[in-house]
Ligand binder design. Sequence first.
Ligand code: KG4
Ligand code: ZN
Length: 344
Amino acid sequence: MPLLAIETSCDETGAAVVHRGRVLSNVVSSQISLHAEYGGVVPELAAREHLRNLMPVVRLALSDASVAVGQLEAVAATRGPGLPSALMVGFKAAQGLAFVLGRPFLGIHHHEAHLYSPWLKGQPPVAEFLKFQPNLSLIVSGGHTLLVHVRAELDHTLLGSTVDDAAGECFDKVGKLIGLPYPAGPEIDRLAEGGNPKAYDFPRPMIDDPSDDFSFSGLKTSVRYFLRDHPGLLDDPQRVRDLCASAQAAIVDVLVTKTVRAARRLRVGCVTASGGVSCNRSLRQRLTAACERERLALLLAGTSLCTDNAAMIGILAERKLMRRSEATSSSADILPNWALEQVQ
Ligand code: KG4
Ligand code: ZN
């Protein structure tokens, strides 16, 4: 059953065609350069760009997959959470297409889909659900930092989230203080490679807190005070690299420590990670080392599937249809604040 999936929750316009656990095509048009000059995503601009890009992206996804629109057996789209005006574009287009084709439509929770992107492997990606294990899943992006206990396929419990800034937001805000363009995460990752992570000692907020929640706004503030107290530091490229490495080490320490601790507590044998920040090389290395030490299997989303994409929406929608989940009504609306706990 070829299924077309659409993702427009934030600043990536995505369309993918999936068929029996295989991703036949996965097209993403990123708006990052458009929002860079504003230092963050501007919702109305995002919606306008989705409107402009959606049809070309869908057409390309269908042609890459060699699937005609009439062959589609189902259509899915992200229903929430996300920016309302952005979500609306993809959700309503997909819903309308399914209605016209007389095919089932599924509105998918964006974070539930992230939980399954690490299970997509190979070229083209194939979902390895036969190997599915109960796992502890870390979702780290610009908007969210979540720890989720996934007991079985489609059965999960949210354990914790950030009480203030998300990990990606912290990377971006620290980058802004240093004068890096938005989004700063990839550039901090690159600069940190040539820096000393122990050069400066930044706090690891909530690292010893027994909850599974995170907090990153204090770390950004301490970088701000640090720069105030060290005028001229930004003129020295090596000290900038040290600063990037030290701030990154603080973020990564918290993420790795809390993820592994929750995995041990829940006695799962597997950890997964997805979301834009899971592209971070230090995070990937540190998680790999920690999981090896703890004898935990680790599944990291492939770097092209860490960030927002429609393949993960499609794969989850297909699994839901196979398990005869109810289709979403043709009059249903987007859910911009949809909580993961509310997903059945
Ligand atoms: O998942 P994503 O593409 O979009 C959402 O926020 O939903 O994540 C984007 C975030 C940004 O904050 C960006 O700075 C961060 O992911 N990011 C990284 C890296 N690549 C992307 N952060 C650290 N290191 C990276 N390599
Ligand atoms: Zn996302």
